[in-house]
Design a protein around this ligand. Structure first.
Ligand code: PLP
Length: 367
């Protein structure tokens, strides 16, 4: 079977010799965790200079063979996306704003000197995999099928220049809750020794390298008993940017909400963008601007700041209850999830899961 996308990129389906048995899968899906279980299949598409995208397959998920001199292993030319497929109450499957992921993937590709993937091809790849492995979408509360499209330089060459060969792959992983269940609000550590992204750097690209750089400060946060790290800007070490993989919102007592502006050092989250729209619908004033650590502490102490939450595809909306840094700790509101945080989480997940009307055309039904 070949599903047509463009003449050169028809997908070939390769049969799986030994898919996971139904009863094993059902048992695994009772407690999927995050990032450890994977579905039976994967998408793979090759790119070579001169030839473009070709050799598109939907086949068994399996290890990939890489030459030790593959460029990605040395110079980290790698980008990825994170998105979810949901099981709707009517039994259908749905994606949330997948075109936004396809677009952002190409923004990341350009920054990392990688070839762009036609948006329709990205979307077709994701759709095919979800359709093939739809039995892997867990349907318990808060669960979904996490999709990980990614691309890396596979050319065998140690010279330093953009590679001439790449692989685009999509894998899928059934997911429960990202944070340990029962975590009502997270505690975050302000990193003053490390930054995530510098002006002119790769902060706005979804590349593996950004995550590699965030691991030491993230480990430091865990070591000190916190859940996540929050980064300050690299130039002044003063302005709040984001967490290692989530954007931040600050809620004030006058129905005003602030989120750090997209200055090039912050990842433009699709959850962030969606929440800006939903918050405005609630009649709140949403500003994209700058917010200093000093102001954060002061506003939390005086009670002017009533809530704070982090957001992203993996953890959706998560309350920030406590903040700690070298200059001491402070608590936001009651230290637990505030009303607006809870409401926005319910609204967003309600739309994603087909329990609330999709008035913005954000939901793509697959069948
Ligand atoms: C992926 C990511 C986010 C969240 O983006 P979503 O599109 O909302 O999932 C935020 N910050 C960083 C650094 C990220 O990599």
């Amino acid at each position: 079977m070949a599903t047509s996308v463009a003449a050169k990129t028809d997908f070939i389906t390769l049969a799986h010799p030994a898919p996971v048995a139904d009863e094993t899968r059902v048992q695994w899906l009772e407690n999927p965790g995050f990032g450890t279980l994977f579905t039976d299949h994967m998408i793979m598409i090759d790119w070579t200079e001169g030839e473009g995208w070709h050799n598109a397959t939907l086949g068994p998920r399996r290890p990939i063979e890489l030459d030790p001199a593959a460029a990605v292993l040395h110079y980290a030319q790698e980008i990825f996306e994170g998105m979810k497929a949901y099981r709707h109450p009517d039994g259908s499957t749905a994606l949330f704003r997948p075109e936004a992921n396809a677009k952002r993937f190409n923004v990341s590709a350009r920054r990392m000197a990688m070839p762009e993937l036609p948006e329709e091809l990205f979307l077709e790849a994701v759709r095919l995999l979800v359709d093939k492995d739809s039995a892997w979408i867990p349907d318990m509360e808060g669960a979904s099928l996490y999709l990980r499209p990614f691309m890396f330089a596979s050319e065998v060459f140690l010279g330093v220049r953009p590679a001439k060969r790449y692989k685009f792959i999509v894998i899928a992983s059934p997911a429960g809750n990202y944070f340990k269940s029962g975590t009502p609000a997270v505690s975050i550590w302000v990193s003053s020794d490390y930054t995530r992204a510098a002006p002119g750097g790769t902060g706005a690209a979804k590349c593996g390298g950004n995550y590699a750089a965030s691991l030491v400060p993230q480990a430091e946060a865990i070591e000190r008993g916190h859940d996540q790290v929050v980064f300050l800007d690299a130039a002044e070490r003063k302005w709040i940017e984001e967490l290692g993989g989530m954007n931040l919102f600050f809620v004030f007592d006058d129905r005003r909400v602030l989120t750090p502006a997209l200055t090039g050092t912050i990842l433009p989250g699709i959850t962030r963008d969606s929440l800006i729209t939903l918050l405005r619908e609630e009649g709140l004033t949403v500003e994209e601007g700058r917010y200093s650590l000093e102001q954060w502490r002061e506003d939390a102490t005086t009670g002017k700041l009533v809530e704070c939450f982090a957001c992203g595809t993996a953890a959706v909306v998560t309350a920030v209850g406590k903040v700690a840094g070298h200059d001491g700790d402070f608590t936001i509101g009651t230290g637990g999830p505030g009303q607006l945080t809870q409401k926005m989480k319910n609204r967003l997940t309600g739309i994603q899961r087909g329990q609330l009307p999709d008035t913005h055309g954000w939901v793509t039904k697959l069948d």
